[in-house]
Design a protein. Structure first.
Length: 318
């Protein structure tokens, strides 16, 4: 029976009962006596309570659906309201679940295209920085060195200083290019890339260590890139915002044949701060490979960022 007819018959039954009582032996005097007023009041309250309870039971699935709509988040997929009720109610919940499935699928496809375009643009910019800007600055450094050799003593020190400043700028451009395109990931694999990432961020005020667990599954290229980018973003956030002096990168096997990446710092923690673009980007990357990203407080303070990677498909690409 449809929701419309259930509500109609419910209210109709209440009116029928009221009419039967009026047509029965019950009479109402003028003026109304106290006993009659009490009987009418109790009857009215009873009908209102029955109507309210039956409506609450009938509309409970709609209230659950409303809460599910308010809490739906495409970056946290998987949650679905249970299909309860009958008729239009169950059809409405099923339609909402189907809509969520379609939206999550479309978002995953769109995110894959966007992130693929981002990686291609990163590679292009890194190549231009290396081939164009890097080569130009290298030539400038060499020319400054020759000019310093031929310059009189009053200018020699100034030219040497400019040469060192230019060389420092060249090194920074090379570091930026490596962050844009993890060439070591393509050439030497994920282990070497994470070790290089830890070395790149290690400084006098920050120690970054990398640990590699045993019995790790073989990852395909896309999974390795997601693992590297999530680790890179997590370490970058810790270095810039957490105030930590130690960051640990753990990659180990997980039960069921998967793997888990853990980036832990001893900083001030995430707290109730809203998620920024970096965290949303990590979640979108995780969705590309069916991984789950969770954040929480680290033991003793700081923050934990965990990426749970499912076991690779049997016979999947390396």
């Amino acid at each position: 029976m449809s929701l419309y007819w259930r509500i109609f018959l419910l209210n109709g039954a209440v009116l029928v009962v009221a009419t039967v009582l009026l047509l029965g032996p019950v009479t109402v005097s003028t003026p109304v006596l106290l006993g009659e007023a009490l009987v009418l009041g109790v009857g009215l309250v009873a009908m209102l309570v029955a109507n309210a309870l039956l409506l609450r039971v009938g509309l409970a699935p709609l209230q659950r659906l409303s809460r599910a709509m308010n809490s739906a988040d495409l970056l946290h997929p998987g949650g679905r309201p249970a299909v309860t009720g009958s008729g239009e109610m169950s059809a409405l919940i099923s339609t909402f679940n189907t809509m969520l499935d379609r939206l999550e699928s479309e978002r995953a496809t769109t995110s894959a295209r966007v992130l693929s375009a981002q990686e291609a643009e990163r590679q292009r910019i890194a190549q231009e920085l290396h081939d164009e800007v890097g080569q130009t600055l290298t030539a400038v450094v060499l020319q400054l060195g020759r000019s310093a050799d031929l310059a009189p003593d009053p200018l020699k020190d100034d030219l040497r200083q400019v040469q060192e400043t230019t060389r420092a700028g060249l090194d920074e451009i090379r570091r930026i290019a490596r962050r844009l395109r993890p060439g070591v990931l393509e050439e030497l694999g994920l282990h070497s890339a994470l070790r290089a990432l830890a070395g790149e961020f290690t400084s006098p005020g920050l120690t970054v260590v990398e640990r590699w667990g045993p019995a790790l599954p073989a990852f395909d290229d896309e999974t390795e890139l997601v693992l590297y980018r999530v680790a890179q973003e997590a370490v970058t956030n810790a270095a810039r915002h957490s105030g930590a002096d130690r960051v640990e990168i753990h990659l180990g096997a997980a039960p069921g044949g998967g793997a888990e990446l853990l980036v832990r710092d001893n900083g001030k923690g995430i707290g109730d701060a809203p998620e920024g673009a970096g965290m949303r980007g990590m979640r979108e990357r995780a969705l590309l490979i069916g991984a789950t990203l969770t954040t929480g407080a680290a033991p003793g303070g700081g923050s934990d960022i965990r990426l749970g990677v499912p076991a690779p498909a049997v016979g999947g690409p390396r």
